[in-house]
Ligand binder design. Sequence first.
Ligand SMILES: C[S@@+](CC[C@H](N)C(=O)[O-])C[C@H]1O[C@@H](n2cnc3c(N)ncnc32)[C@H](O)[C@@H]1O
Length: 272
Amino acid sequence: MDSSFAGVYEAAEWYAIAFGYRDVPKECDFLTGLADEFGCGAGSFLELACGPGFHALEMARRGVPSAGLDLEPSMVRLLEGEAARENLTVTALQADMRSFEVETPFHLVTTLLDSCAHLLTNEDMLAHLNRVAAALVPGGIYVLEFSHPADCFGVRKTAGTDWTMKSNGTEVHMQWGKDDDPFDPITEISDVTVTLDVTEEGRETRTLREVVRTRSWTYQTLRALLDQTEPFTPVAWYGALDRTVPFDNAESAWRMVAVLRRTDGRRDCGRT
Ligand SMILES: C[S@@+](CC[C@H](N)C(=O)[O-])C[C@H]1O[C@@H](n2cnc3c(N)ncnc32)[C@H](O)[C@@H]1O
């Protein structure tokens, strides 16, 4: 067992290898398309609970003023380092997504890869939504990607939980959860056993294991909370980061993606 890191998110570089499988440019096209249709365009971009900030970096590569925010200092340092290496302007913020503030509101905000599962209570989610509303221009868009609820109700397994990725000679095997991880049906919180096996060239395999607490957010709970969050109106739901996939119970719908618009005030998109 490797004891150099207190948790999986502290091992930011290994995390970045494990989760580097996504088609980030395509996902950014999806986000930008939503901002164009439902909001006021992707004039500026904030990625919350951003981890390595893959999407903040990609939006910055496209010339969009971008920021990434994460609680974990190692993730923030990794984002800063990558932005500097590519000579990109990305603001990296170390803060809690339940209590953060920004100097200038953004046009498009997102929280991807079920990172809202780290909001464990309804109060956490309401505090978070209020902070996001304050960080958006009126008419701006907030896109949240969750696990599909079919997963937490045991209807079907929607996402792989065991995979291997390799980058620059480092192989990372990720196991996100075990079948017998405890789930509390009253709090809707799981104790998820996360195991990272890391093999760097010429070194023995090291194992990092952590139990991560996550909340399963269901559609009905979210709708009820959103009804209490005045500045936001849900304007669309999708079953993937793909506008051709509706949010339903078909096999193709493997995520729950909510698109919220800040609807209070004039829909002026922050222009004066
Ligand atoms: C599953 S990772 C996803 C990272 C990133 N969204 C991605 O798409 O790769 C979850 C991230 O949420 C961050 N996180 C957890 N609780 C947080 C909080 N209260 N405020 C901000 N970030 C938080 C963790 O440090 C971690 O980087």
